[in-house]
Structures are given as C-alpha cells and as structure tokens.
Design a protein around this ligand. Structure first.
Ligand SMILES: *Cc1c(COP(=O)(O)O)cnc(C)c1O
Ligand SMILES: [Zn+2]
Length: 479
C-alpha cells in the first residue's frame, strides 16, 4: 500500500504518517499497488468469502474489516480495534412515508454505530492503523488531534480512550456550534476539548497548523485512513442487497466530503473486482446554507468549473456545515472516474432548503425512523431528485442517516418551540409540532414530594383527577 498525491502523483511510504503531499501540499489517497491480485478471485467467490465471514465470531471480522483485503490488508487482524462499528441496520422506510416520497427506499441507520455516527467507520480504520504502528514500535506516546463539527471528535475520543494509555486525544470544536450531546461525548472519553471562537473551517486550519508543526496524529478525513474505513459503507450495501445494485440510488449528505469520497471509491473497487456488476447512482446533498460542492457542479461546462470556498450560514444539518471541504480534490477526481467507468452520469449534486431539511427530518421520525438532521437533508434531496427527474419511480434509494437523531434533538426542540433564530429561515408547520401536555393539579390538592409521597385517599383522588384529564385529552371512550 502507498499514499499517492492527487496533485503530482508522487507515491509515499505507507508507514509514514502523512496527510498531504510534502512536495505539493495536495491531499493523498491510499492505493494498494497489488490491487490486481484481488481481480484474480471471481466475484462470486468474493460473495462467498464475505457471506462466510458474516457467520464467524472473530471480532476483527465483525466490523469494517470483514472487507479486510479492500480496507487495510496492511493492518494485521490482531491490531484491529473493534468497538461495534459497521453493519448498521438497513431499514425499509415506512409504507406511508415511501408513498409520500414517491419511490421505494431504505434508511441505512449509521447513527447506530458506537458513537452514534458514521465517523466510527473511518475512526476504526485510522486507529487500527495507528495501533499497528505502535505495536510495530514505529511510534509511541501518540496524541491524536482533530477538528470537528461534533461527530469526528466523539468518535476520535472514543477510539483513542479505548487504547488509553497508548493514545491520548485532543479535539477542537467551533464554540457553540456543536450540540450539547456531541460536546458531552469527547468530555466523557477524557479528551482535551478546545472550543474555538469561529466555525469548523477555522478549527480545521488550526489543526492543520498543529499537525505541520508538532508531533501529533491528525484524525480528520484529510487522513486518508479515515476515507479507507468509510468505504465499508459501500461494501455493506453491496452485501445487504446480495451484490445486485441495478436501479439503486445512494443518497448521502456532504460536509467535508470524506464520506462521499469513500462511497464512490468503495463502489469503484467492488466494481473493478467484479463483486458488483453495476455502479449505483449517487446523490450528494447539501444545505443551501453550506453548498460549495453543489455550486461547483452546477456549472455545466466542466472546463469552466472552479472551486470557490464559501462562508456558511447556520444550518440544522450542522455536522455538514462546511464551506471549504478538505476532500474536494478527491471528489473532483472520483466523480470523473465514477461517471467514466459507468459510461454515463451517475453522480449528482443537489442542495435543499433548511425548511425542507427539518420538515423531512421530522416526517421521517414521525413514521418510525431515527433520522438525524443530515438524514433529513438526504431525504429532502431524494424528494428533489425524484421531482427533477434525476431519479425514476422504478429505482430504489438507500438514504444515509449519518447520525442518531438524539444528537440533534435541540433542532427539533427549536422547531417545536418556534424558536429558530431568523437566519435559519425555518417556519414550523403546526401539524408537525409536538409538545408535552403539562397537567396541573387542583389548587387545594396536596402532591407527592420525594420525602413525603401521597398515600390513601389523597393519592386516590390525585390519580383519578390526572387519569380523567388524560382521558379527556385523548378522547378515550369508557368501557
Ligand atoms: C461528518 C458528518 C457529515 C458530513 O460528512 P463528510 O464526510 O464530512 O462529508 C454528515 N453527517 C454527519 C452526522 C456527520 O457527522
Ligand atoms: Zn503532490
């Protein structure tokens, strides 16, 4: 395996901790120089290998390393750190919801990873590789560092803490621009947490400077090992659909663009080895408040496209609120390869409004799902794509809900309270609002306290009174 620079094509030794090209500063990708050996195994034998591994109880093969030969053949299985990541549930959407959206679709619940977002996939890969270097005696006293919109730091702190004391971690977050749940995660795992006055893009610049000048290990998706682990998402979808991806559409939100990079690369690798025979369509979705990738691709003439970083505005898809995605050169490179390999345009970019993000997020969860706001963003993008004729009625979509809804409950609360600051441009739809009924007691009634619970007649009266109010509110019929 080698790192290869996307700018000047120079290759570097994989046992160095490199994030960008020392010669031209461009981002790197990891390549397996002996990848062609994987093509010698027929696709249907690979199917049997992966399906057989599914039945084993070897921890290292339970997660992303089930696809060991594709993710990190360099990393021996006993260096693999497995915390339950990967193989997240693929859940067919509620029938009524499918009807509303207009096509058959599934959610892939990547919020059901250990730190409740897809970032665990990449972190398991990066940390297993670092673990390998430690075990080889190549590095020691590791301090990992990352900038985060919330979920990268949660995952980094979790995996680093698992290898405590071999690894310590520090994380940088934009102050007040991660949710309280996300902030609690690196704190719980003992990381040093720095809240930076600014936005994510500022935090990113700071960790880049730190990783250039000091002896730290960068865990952002600039680190190509992260991207490698996140390719598991594509491998799992392939296996989940028994390697038949005809008429399938993968919908993914874009922030720093590491995930869509990994998804394209993963499908390409499986296609080139004959494990899948069709490259699925891919929709990359952004909020109109943070849409630099969409703006780039909306210039139809490829020769006139020029990437321009933007200043972001507040977004409820906060984990994707990034104006200068680090993986943009990887995206440009891979979109071209993906479409060329497929022989037609297969990758599309769509932006959606904040209103659409919240409305679809709440609608999904109201139908028995656990979509995060980025999952709402993906779903809103799918609806747009269907209306725009980018996706047909006979196609089946897999919508990436990248985190657990619980991490973003504050946005739901703002919607229900109608308390969004005006720059979000969100007006709650009263039909979607759900708030608790606060039941009052009768004024003269005595109530339970912790040291003096009600008993006897007062308790009976209190319970009857409350039951009556609830029955009235729910319009219950008497037996
Ligand atoms: C990081 C993140 C994203 C954006 O993914 P990128 O790889 O940065 O494009 C989307 N959703 C959630 C929940 C995230 O944590
Ligand atoms: Zn270079």
């Amino acid at each position: 395996m080698v790192y290869r620079c996307l700018g000047c094509n120079v290759e570097y030794d994989i046992k160095e901790l490199l994030y960008t090209c020392p010669a031209c500063s461009q981002v790197l990708m990891i390549y397996d120089l002996a990848f062609n050996r994987l093509k010698e195994i027929p696709g249907d034998i690979w199917h049997q290998i992966f399906d057989y591994r599914k039945m084993l109880s070897t921890p290292a093969l339970k997660g992303i390393y089930r696809y060991h030969e594709f993710i990190g053949p360099l990393v021996p299985l006993d260096s693999v750190v497995y915390l339950g990541e990967g193989h997240t549930p693929l859940i067919e959407a509620n029938k009524n919801l499918q009807e509303k959206v207009g096509i058959k679709f599934y959610f892939k619940n990547d919020g059901q990873n250990p730190s409740a977002s897809f970032k665990d996939r990449g972190m398991a890969s990066a940390i297993s590789y670092i673990h390998f270097l430690i075990q080889e005696g190549m590095i020691s006293d590791v301090l990992t560092i990352c900038a985060s919109t919330g979920d990268t730091s949660a995952a980094a702190a979790l995996y680093a803490a698992y290898l405590n004391p071999l690894i310590k971690s520090a994380v940088l977050l934009p102050n007040k621009k991660v949710t309280p749940q996300q902030l609690s995660q690196p704190l719980a795992h003992g990381a040093s947490v720095f809240a930076i006055p600014g936005v994510f893009d500022d935090c990113m610049r700071i960790v880049e400077t730190l990783s250039e000048r000091y002896n730290v290990v960068l865990l952002n998706s600039k680190n190509a090992w992260r991207v490698l682990g996140q390719e598991s998402y594509s491998y799992e979808i392939s296996q989940d659909f028994e390697y038949e991806l005809r008429n399938k559409v993968i919908v993914v939100p874009i922030g720093n663009a590491g995930n869509i990079t990994a998804i394209m690369n993963g499908f390409l690798k499986f296609y080139e080895t004959g494990i899948i025979n069709t490259l699925p369509k891919i929709l990359g979705i952004q909020s109109k408040h943070a849409n630099p990738v969409v703006r780039y691709y909306h210039v139809t003439d490829p020769n006139k496209r020029k990437f321009v970083p933007i200043s972001v505005r507040p977004s409820t898809a906060q984990a994707a609120m990034i104006g200068n995605p680090v993986s943009m050169p990887r995206v440009i490179h891979l979109v071209e390869r993906y479409n060329a390999t497929a022989g037609e345009q297969k990758v599309f970019f769509i932006d959606v409004t904040e209103q659409e993000i919240m409305d679809w997020n709440l609608t999904a969860n109201n139908h028995g799902h656990i979509a995060c706001t980025q999952g709402g963003e993906s779903l809103a993008g799918l609806v747009y794509a269907i209306n725009a004729g980018i996706v047909d009625k006979d196609e089946t979509a897999i919508v990436d809900s990248t985190a657990h809804t619980i991490k973003f409950s504050g946005f739901q609360q703002m919607y229900f309270d109608n308390s969004f600051p005006s720059d979000y441009n969100i007006t709650p739809n009263s039909e979607k609002i759900n708030i608790p009924f606060i039941l009052d007691s009768e004024s003269e009634e005595s109530l339970s306290t912790l040291d003096k619970p009600l008993t006897g007649e007062p308790l009976t009266k209190f319970v009857r009174n409350m039951a009556l109010k609830i029955a009235k509110q729910l319009r219950l019929n008497k037996y």
